[in-house]
Write a protein that binds this ligand. Structure first.
Ligand code: CA
Length: 212
């Protein structure tokens, strides 16, 4: 990574919070706040204009829900790092945000250090979950991210899916039958609670499978 500052876009509908984040990052040369907007549509436009490296995203936004914003941004800019900054400590929100492609999840009520830790992790393309998030969330996330209950073959298939390969190509590349590929794929979707190839790709990235 170069020594250029990480370009940060803030998406938040409370101006006091925007000011707080701005002042938190003001004397940290690693980060440059390139803009702040207050809803999902404006976030999309700002990404087009400002080309940020990282989006600090509130989930409770006017208009489009934050989870949908994550989907949209990551579909258009797959390398964009999304750090969720929210008051919501509900398990299903955390899971939905991570599945949609967020790299980190931070609660607004947590100390500043947590936000800074999340930004540092995200800058390195690493996942970070607020330790104050409900235990169930940590269990779920750690089980999937940490122990990674995937077989080597499943990880190979996941990588190829994330690369956009079709089942037929995967079968050929791994010298296994099409039927076996389909079975691996179904098992992956079940284990990761993913519903389509895009969600599997997000998991591949998060699990580091793409670096194989
Ligand atoms: Ca809000």
């Amino acid at each position: 990574m170069s020594s250029l500052p990480l370009r940060v876009l803030i998406v938040e509908d409370h101006s006091l919070l925007i000011d707080g984040v701005r002042s938190l990052l003001a004397d940290r040369p690693r980060y440059e706040v390139v803009g702040a907007v207050s809803d999902g549509l404006a976030a999309y436009e700002a990404c087009q204009q400002l080309n940020p490296d990282l989006v600090l995203l509130d989930l409770g936004l006017p208009g489009m829900d934050g989870i949908d914003v994550i989907h949209q941004l990551r579909r258009r800019w797959p390398a964009l790092r999304v750090v969720v900054f929210t008051a919501s400590n509900e398990e299903h929100r955390g899971r939905a945000a991570l599945t949609a492609g967020a790299l980190a999840y931070v609660l607004k009520q947590s100390p500043q250090q947590v936000l800074l830790a999340a930004l540092q992790h995200a800058a390195l393309d690493k996942t970070y979950i607020d330790p104050a998030l409900k235990l169930e969330t940590l269990d779920t996330t750690e089980r999937t991210l940490g122990e990674t209950p995937l077989t080597l073959r499943e990880r190979q298939v996941l990588k190829l899916v994330a690369e956009g390969r079709r089942n037929r190509d995967i079968a050929e590349l791994l010298s296994i039958s099409l039927k076996t590929v389909e079975t691996h794929r179904l098992n992956l979707m079940r284990k990761l609670d993913a519903h389509n190839a895009a969600e599997l790709s997000n998991w591949a990235r998060r699990l580091g499978v793409l670096e194989f």
